[in-house]
Design a protein around this ligand. Structure first.
Ligand SMILES: Cc1cc2nc3c(=O)[nH]c(=O)nc-3n(C[C@H](O)[C@H](O)[C@H](O)COP(=O)(O)OP(=O)(O)OC[C@H]3O[C@@H](n4cnc5c(N)ncnc54)[C@H](O)[C@@H]3O)c2cc1C
Ligand SMILES: C=Cc1c2[nH]c(c1C)Cc1[nH]c(c(CCC(=O)O)c1C)Cc1[nH]c(c(C)c1CCC(=O)O)Cc1[nH]c(c(C)c1C=C)C2
Length: 476
């Protein structure tokens, strides 16, 4: 019977261990999950206060759309977690309304036909006309393109500078001038290749096969018009439930505080995985850690792989949860983002109390919970000599942003800051080539190594879960 080692106990590693124990059958006898820290979940972390208020320092909502969205719902149904879901339905203000903070004012993004037909700040022309022109733009034969260049070419420089720049800060905490269109938004990139236009491609977009819509929870999500969701105890309830599910299985051995130090390929095709306490002979290794951390575990026989893993960078973020007394939000929405031209290191603010009010404290006096996200590709502006500024200084920057952007001038009654180093990998132009070269190397050398986790094929939680499932399918 074979042994599979999963390195890292974030959502990718936990879901890989879950799918392995579920589908391993005769092939795998033992699954060992090695996690360097004292807890699993990785960036997924929800803190519950005594008064019931929940603060998220990492991800806070999952979308239902696409194959990754449907796969996550299937996993949740499998875990019997459906009654713990906190849905955000598409008629809810937090699902409908998103703002940009541009030129010192909050500007609503269009969410209906009129909004697209009429000129609306911060854009100089109605979005309909910006996109109508897209139909007639020539098709590029670039192998890859930056996200900014793609949208400048196809829509307009203004749209790329403001809307696309902000969106990339709100998903990748990154700079759309460096990020790869092919790696970050593959489906849209391919629409240009196959249809010559995004708009035309979307109009001809194939329907989801009916059998993929059959599972009960997917039907419920569609019929109740969910846009996204969390869980009653916060998103960490998903990683906690996965942990419970795999812990109950006798073939799974979960070792916390067990950082992997080294890995060696042996002549018998197995890999030895070395921790401080043990040397494990593994038939399959699924690595979910940040690519540069994996590179550090490999020896010099694998310099080619190491250099490619080291070529994938990541950015660091500061996440500041703030809570104020009273209902203070000037608008009801998901939150707002800022383009980099407006406010370098302040990426945006999420209006948590609007998104999931049941995560507010259960005290009689209502409160407003907000999360200010800072840093990303602009994190140098929060650092001196490579080290983070003091937590108090960064928290002050966050409260000043709330004062300036939302005109909330009270002092917060509670706050929490989390400094997240290398938390979002950056898929820069050429990322897809790095991946295919690494895959060829692994195949040619018959390495029993599977690359999962957010460094490779998608940073969203849904992508991480799906990619773990696909890796397990390759094994079994
Ligand atoms: C601030 C923020 C907000 C986000 N918001 C959203 C959102 O709303 N929705 C969404 O879908 N996504 C969101 N994301 C993205 C998503 O949360 C992450 O991409 C995802 O959680 C990554 O999971 P992972 O398991 O691949 O990696 P990680 O969470 O990084 O897990 C890797 C694990 O490996 C461990 N490890 C590291 N080195 C070693 C070693 N040597 N040996 C053993 N273990 C090791 C780490 O301790 C960690 O537990 C957000 C991310 C951040 C940072
Ligand atoms: C540090 C700043 C970040 C903010 N969000 C993320 C980072 C790194 C990461 C992130 N947020 C979302 C995803 C998943 C995307 C997906 O494809 O599923 C990731 C990786 C979700 C998300 N964030 C925002 C929106 C509109 C969405 C989609 C969810 C939905 O439609 O319900 C906007 C947003 N993100 C950030 C802010 C401040 C913000 C404000 C509106 C921060």
């Amino acid at each position: 019977m074979s042994t599979a080692v999963v390195i890292g106990g974030g959502i990718s590693g936990l879901s890989a261990a879950y799918y392995l124990q579920k589908h391993a059958g005769e092939k795998i006898g033992k699954i060992i999950l090695l996690e360097s820290s004292k807890r699993v979940g990785g960036w997924m972390k929800s803190t519950r206060h005594a008064d019931g208020a929940i603060y998220e320092s990492g991800p806070r909502s999952l979308r239902i759309v696409g194959k990754p969205g449907r796969n996550a719902l299937n996993l949740i149904e499998d875990l019997n977690l459906e009654n713990e879901i906190l849905p955000l339905t598409s008629n809810n203000a937090a699902a409908k309304n998103r703002y940009l903070y541009v030129n010192g004012v909050l500007c609503a993004l269009p969410n209906n036909l009129m909004g697209v037909l009429r000129r609306q700040d911060p854009f100089s022309r109605a979005l309909l006309w910006q996109f109508a022109g897209e139909l007639f733009k020539t098709r590029s034969d670039l192998e890859d393109d930056s996200i900014h260049n793609f949208f400048s070419r196809r829509v307009s420089k203004e749209f790329a500078d403001i809307a696309v720049d902000s969106m990339c800060r709100g998903i990748f905490a990154g700079d759309c001038r460096n990020l790869s269109m092919k790696a970050c938004f593959k489906d849209i990139f391919n629409l240009e290749k196959t249809h010559g236009s995004i708009v035309l491609g979307l109009l001809r977009y194939p329907k989801v096969p009916a059998d993929e819509l059959k599972p009960k929870l997917i039907q419920k999500a569609r019929s109740e018009k969910w846009a996204s969701y969390s869980f009653k105890s916060g998103l960490q309830q998903l990683s906690d439930t996965l942990l419970d599910a795999i812990s109950n299985h006798k073939m799974v051995d979960i070792r916390l505080s067990s950082p992997v130090q080294k890995m060696d390929l042996k002549d018998n095709g197995r890999m030895s995985v070395i921790t401080d306490e043990d040397e494990i002979q593994a038939d399959y290794v699924l690595s979910s850690v940040y690519s540069k951390n994996l590179a550090a575990m490999l020896n010099s026989d694998n310099n080619y792989l190491k250099s490619h893993l080291n070529a994938i960078s990541a950015v660091s973020c500061a996440v500041v949860n703030l809570e104020y007394e009273g209902n203070l939000l000037p608008v009801q929405a998901f939150g707002h983002l800022t383009p980099s031209s407006e406010s370098g290191p302040i990426l945006g603010i999420i209006y948590d109390s609007c998104l999931f009010p049941s995560h507010d404290s259960n005290e009689k006096i209502p409160t407003t919970r907000l999360t200010v996200m800072l840093g990303g590709s602009w994190s140098e502006q929060l650092k001196t000599n490579g080290s983070w500024m003091s937590e108090a200084d960064i928290t002050n920057m966050a409260t000043k942003a709330v004062r300036d952007h939302l005109k909330i001038s009270n002092e917060p009654i509670r706050s929490k800051i989390s400094l997240l180093d290398d938390c979002i990998p950056q898929y820069q132009v050429g990322h897809a080539n790095i991946l295919s070269r690494m895959e060829k190397f692994i195949e040619d050398k018959h390495l029993p190594l599977y690359l999962i986790g957010s460094s490779y094929r998608g940073v969203s939680v849904n992508d991480c879960i799906l990619n773990s499932k696909l890796a397990v399918e390759k094994i079994v």
